[in-house]
Design a protein around this ligand. Structure first.
Ligand SMILES: O=C[C@H](O)[C@H](O)COP(=O)(O)O
Ligand SMILES: C=C(OP(=O)(O)O)C(=O)O
Length: 349
């Protein structure tokens, strides 16, 4: 931490800062410039926070040098992590060596629709099946998901296709039942800052897919991941799914630069959701290509056997030609950036 004194600060003001810092066991290194004095602090950063140094006379600014998140930071864990998803016998990696393709219906609607979507996903090369049983909807009158029945249908489709499943949990009270049926728990954009839910999934004993809040900064997103890690669960995968901007051409604006920014600062894997970012099926393939090129550890994509009748997000669901094009991109492009298909690295024993 660095304290910048104002040009008017006196020697007494500087001494007062040093005394406060030393009073909580820290060290203060004073560097006098021609105009300003700067004080470098070494010690327990949390105890410095409680000193409210900004309120002292002569203090112009206080800067933090180390990351505010610890467990998810590369400062404490330099090597990038791999998260394994699935039960013994079929575990799929998400991490720096592979590229993981996840796909499935936005919402679980019926056993037939879910199985058909799961088969489409598998046929296109996906190694993890997605599907929502609890849908976070803008309108309370919109389809809210099938709840526990939806979890069962999704788990059946996962078993039938041999794919581990990821599904969203929107309420801390449902974490246990969702964890019973799913291989990975998703926290969606609307709940990224629901700290009680983050703590609950941190204790569920399953990997977590943490989507970026649509108005969250990267630091806020990583602090949300820290909530999960702080409860003992470091199996967290981050998902960039687009942020709110002034641009109405797409549902959200995919912040593609978030991928390398996060990878530089956090060891957690980071994937991209081009479907919820764009909200339009015609952009899913180009954005997926961009995600692969920028170094994402995977993508998660909506597919539906009959998008016109979908109960949620039909316009962004892939079928037919677009899905074939996506399958081709996912088969060919990751190797160009030094990645192998996650299916090849899966643990099957
Ligand atoms: O998975 C999808 C979400 O539930 C969906 O994007 C919510 O958006 P809406 O309720 O505004 O349609
Ligand atoms: C609701 C979903 O996504 P998001 O939270 O990114 O809107 C989803 O993936 O089903």
């Amino acid at each position: 931490m660095v304290v910048v004194m104002s040009p008017e600060a006196t020697d007494e003001d500087v001494a007062a800062v040093v005394a406060r810092v030393e009073g909580v066991g820290g060290e203060a290194f004073v560097s006098k410039g021609v105009v300003r004095t700067i004080i470098g602090l070494v010690g327990d950063i949390e105890s410095f926070h409680h000193l409210n140094l900004r309120t002292l006379r002569g203090v112009a600014d206080v800067h933090r040098i180390s990351d505010p998140y610890k467990l998810v930071s590369r400062q404490h864990h330099p090597d990038r992590s791999t998260v394994w998803v699935g039960a013994a016998g079929r575990q799929v990696p998400i991490g720096p060596d592979s590229f993981t393709f996840m796909a499935g219906p936005c919402a679980v609607e019926t056993p037939e629709q879910t199985l058909a979507a799961a088969q489409m996903a598998k046929g296109a090369g996906a190694t993890i099946l997605r599907g929502g049983a609890y849908k976070p909807r803008t309108s309370p009158y919109a389809f809210q998901g099938l709840g526990v029945r939806g979890l069962e249908i999704l788990a059946d489709a996962g078993r039938a296709t041999g794919l581990p499943v990821v599904t969203e949990v929107v309420d801390a009270r449902d974490v246990e039942v969702v964890a019973e049926h799913a291989d990975m728990l998703q926290v969606g954009t609307r709940n990224m800052a629901n700290f009680g839910l983050l703590q609950a999934v941190g204790e569920a004993g399953k990997p977590v897919l943490l989507k970026r809040g649509m108005t969250a900064t990267i630091e806020e997103w990583l602090m949300a991941a820290e909530y999960i890690a702080q409860r003992g669960n470091l199996d967290v995968v981050l998902c960039e799914r687009g942020i709110r901007t002034f641009e109405p051409a797409t549902r959200n604006t995919l912040d593609i630069s978030a991928v390398p920014v996060v990878q530089a600062t956090s060891h957690l894997p980071v994937i991209v959701d081009p479907s919820h970012a764009a909200g339009r099926k015609d952009l899913v393939v180009p954005l997926s290509r961009a995600a692969i090129a920028v170094g994402a550890d995977g993508i998660i994509v909506d597919v539906h056997p009959d998008p016109e009748t979908a109960l949620c997000d039909g316009p962004q669901a892939l079928l037919g030609a677009e899905l074939r094009e996506l399958a081709q991109a996912v088969r060919r492009l990751p190797s160009a950036v030094g990645r192998v298909d996650a299916g090849e690295l899966s643990r099957t024993a």
